[in-house]
Design a protein around this ligand. Sequence first.
Ligand code: SF4
Ligand code: SF4
Length: 237
Amino acid sequence: MFVSVFHQRFISFCNENRRRRALELQDVLQKEAIEVGNRWDEARKSLVSLYPERERKDTVARALADPYFNLTMLQKMNIEQFAAEPQVAELSDQQLAKIAGDHLLEWATIFLSIRRDIHHLNKFGQVSGMKLLGSSSERLPEPGWCNYCGGCCEIRGGPPEFAGAFSPPKSWLRYFSGDASKYQRFCPFLFEYFAAGKFFCAIYRVKPNCCWVFEREECEFLQNDLARKRVALRLLG
Ligand code: SF4
Ligand code: SF4
């Protein structure tokens, strides 16, 4: 099967990123960390070099370097599952690669915009529930019944109604409603923790009304539904 240069480099970066971030979460020998860091840097440059303009390169490079950029979900939803969606069945591999490249740039732009907003609004963790300063010493809060699978945030948009006294930046209304990106497959406020496949809401404390009504019962229903779909897929395969 033909695999585009973009897809190859994207997957390669995702793999190197997982290695690097895993080391950041552990105590490791300095020598190993330097070698992994060098490979990560090469993979990032290689992917970024596919963008022609300096500004675009810079945007993608900065998002890829952020430990909360949600690469695992992008890989799953916008690369692997996207290619299997019926409305794109007629597209060539090159066209799919072009869409994937454009979407990575768009998603990086939205992510950096949200990161900037959170930096200004979240001085004491009052928006996120975490400080989100990029340090691996800040761990995710104890999960309780939620295991940070991110399944409930795989949405193409929702009603952007924020409750209470919090007044979100105007851009957040577009981001949450899904109007900012044609290829949105999950919520842009869903961040990933150090490429560990753990997904958390970056605006947990001020999230929209519709997110507050998703409770344990809805979660269990979703998990059971997903489990059924996985079994069905295995049987079909
Ligand atoms: S689906 Fe349930 S376990 Fe997964 S992130 Fe949502 S609340 Fe947490
Ligand atoms: S705002 Fe937060 S809880 Fe709501 S869908 Fe987005 S990431 Fe999930």
